[in-house]
Design a protein around this ligand. Sequence first.
Ligand SMILES: Cc1cc2nc3c(=O)[nH]c(=O)nc-3n(C[C@H](O)[C@H](O)[C@H](O)COP(=O)(O)O)c2cc1C
Length: 186
Amino acid sequence: MDTKINILAFTGSLRRNSYNKASLRAARDLVPEGASLDIVDLALIPFFNEDLEAEGIPQVVVDFKRKIALADALLIATPEYNYSIPPVLKNALDWASRGTDLPLYGKPLAIMSASPSMFGGVRAQYHLRQVCVVLNLLLLNKPEVFIMNANTKFDQDGTLMDDYTRNVISKLLQALVDKARELNEK
Ligand SMILES: Cc1cc2nc3c(=O)[nH]c(=O)nc-3n(C[C@H](O)[C@H](O)[C@H](O)COP(=O)(O)O)c2cc1C
């Protein structure tokens, strides 16, 4: 019997009607049997500042790092801001990269992006891939999930209506769960 795989998911968008938040909710519904997906909100993580760090790691950061440590795998849905990842996401990764406990190190990760543009956030994904190298995140290469023209793929309640996208997110999640299982068995 396979052990349960816990996926922790987050996005760099704080927007109420965010397509990336909506894509994480879609992923939660599509998660394979034997796995679960929790979405963590990055809104309360303060801007990184070494002075703040020296005063003591904020509890919200401690909690975020603990959630990462307890997860078997991570899922990030990133918006694209000026061809890159938004500061909220970079800031959270920066906090998580500090200290002696490095929960991101060696953790399997899947990424996706949603944008109203016809490129679907592809450029942000490639910046995110670069950041993941130094963090030693084990980022899946395939399948690639770019939710382009996102404004046409979700209904007014933020439900993902596009079958192709639902299918490719399912495949991404299955690949992530397979990778996490493989690593857990080592
Ligand atoms: C500061 C800023 C820069 C943006 N730059 C890009 C961009 O380079 N490429 C792109 O496809 N969309 C860009 N957008 C549009 C976002 O993709 C769009 O706002 C998207 O809905 C954000 O993701 P969300 O729906 O999850 O909040 C930008 C938006 C903002 C606010």
